[in-house]
Design a protein around this ligand. Structure first.
Ligand SMILES: NC(=O)c1ccc[n+]([C@@H]2O[C@H](COP(=O)([O-])OP(=O)(O)OC[C@H]3O[C@@H](n4cnc5c(N)ncnc54)[C@H](OP(=O)(O)O)[C@@H]3O)[C@@H](O)[C@H]2O)c1
Length: 351
């Protein structure tokens, strides 16, 4: 069985990672890769690392009729607010869509007004979309036609906190997530703050008074808790190219031991193919450096009983578990494929 895949926005960073990972997928043929800038050019002109791959594919302009005629599944790697211009017609034409933007991640249309400053035109599709975090939504992902792939900061934050929230051992009215993130998070189009001379060596908070990914974290953890969970999320730009580290600070409702916490994390994650619980052995805590290039999320925790506090940690590669890898994991589940197909890559070292 071969599934024909189109990637809209294939010249960008997440599009490039989709192409890199799908090159190894045994049941996928990429038939369309769109770009406005590189129309007619070979794939390696935008993605130098893919020289020798996709010899028969060239970037094409975004034409929905062509895509509908030549693909079964579409990955949309477009900026926020652009995906929703194309997704409804693709769905109406019977194609499955995995959207990497934020356009379908939030269930409540009102949240788009609050966090993204626009009126969402398709509340019916928000209801249908499945939030593509397999660790929390695996069953709903089976057969899903619209998958809203989570944000990278949100993925790390949710994975760090979900075991603690599910176990009911922390105060869910005040949680603070400190996120460190590398420059590729801002995409391939440099801005004054994100191009190399400004970014190299930086350690800089941004959107510290209400980052948009907090909306996803609140939504998902509230679903898990069965009540509203209040989360503040403060991201920091750091000098690396890839990687997200979420350090989620929370306060205990009752005394627990280190072993209790290990059980809590193991209960949720021991069977997960892409989660590794990091404990004890140096470096002791999750570090994005040791997941780069892979779909792994390394998670861990630190207990500080004196302060009544537990910190959950999660480290991911923002472009893999935080974007393209997770999107393919969700696609595999939706298609009823083995979940790890195309994703069994160990991380790089040194990275
Ligand atoms: N970077 C990350 O770590 C990350 C992680 C998770 C989710 N995401 C989300 O994934 C999406 C893509 O991110 P990215 O980092 O890949 O961005 P990117 O590198 O800037 O790529 C965006 C792609 O979309 C195309 N594009 C831009 N505007 C368009 C328009 N108006 N119409 C059609 N095509 C357009 C661009 O190519 P042309 O200009 O050649 O058309 C490019 O191929 C975003 O919504 C982002 O928030 C990113």
């Amino acid at each position: 069985m071969v599934v024909r895949v189109a990637i809209i926005g294939a010249s960008g960073y997440t599009g490039g990672e989709l192409l890199r990972l799908l090159a190894l997928h045994p049941y996928v043929e990429v038939t369309v890769a769109t770009s406005r800038e590189y129309v007619g050019k070979p794939i390696h002109i935008a993605h130098f690392n893919l020289r020798g791959y996709y010899r028969n594919l060239r970037f094409s302009k975004l034409d929905l009729d062509t895509i509908i005629n030549s693909a079964d599944v579409v990955f949309t790697s477009l900026p926020h607010g652009v995906s929703l211009q194309y997704v409804p017609k693709l769905l109406e034409s019977g194609l499955r869509v995995v959207d990497l933007s934020a356009d379908f991640r939030l269930k409540n249309p009102e949240s788009y007004r609050i966090w993204y400053d626009f009126e969402h035109p398709y509340p019916d599709l928000l209801a249908k979309a499945v939030y593509g975090l397999p660790e929390l939504h695996r069953e709903e992902l089976r057969g899903a036609m619209l998958i809203a792939s989570p944000g990278c900061n949100a993925t790390a934050s949710i994975l760090a906190l979900a075991p603690l929230v599910k176990a009911g051992i922390i105060d869910t009215s005040r949680i603070v997530v400190d996120v460190k993130v590398g420059s590729s998070e801002r995409g391939s189009n440099p801005t004054i703050g994100s191009h190399h001379p400004e970014r190299e060596g930086a350690m800089r908070p941004y959107e510290a008074d209400g980052h948009r990914h907090a909306a996803e974290v609140i939504q998902e953890l509230s679903l898990l808790a069965g009540r509203i969970v209040n989360v503040s999320l403060v991201p920091h730009s750091v000098g690396s190219v890839r990687g997200v580290l979420a350090s989620a600070h929370s306060w205990l409702l009752r005394e627990v031991s280190d072993i209790d916490l290990f059980r809590v994390y193991s209960e949720l994650y021991s069977k997960e193919p892409f989660i590794r619980i990091i404990r004890g052995v140096p470096p002791g805590y999750p570090d994005p450096k040791y997941v780069i290039g892979s779909n792994y999320a390394d998670v861990g925790f630190a207990l500080e009983l004196r302060a009544g506090r537990v910190t959950g940690f999660a480290a991911i590669d923002n472009l893999v578990k935080g974007a393209a890898g997770q999107a393919i994991q969700a696609f595999n589940i939706a298609m009823n494929f083995e979940e790890t197909l195309g994703l069994k890559l160990p991380p790089l070292k040194p990275a």
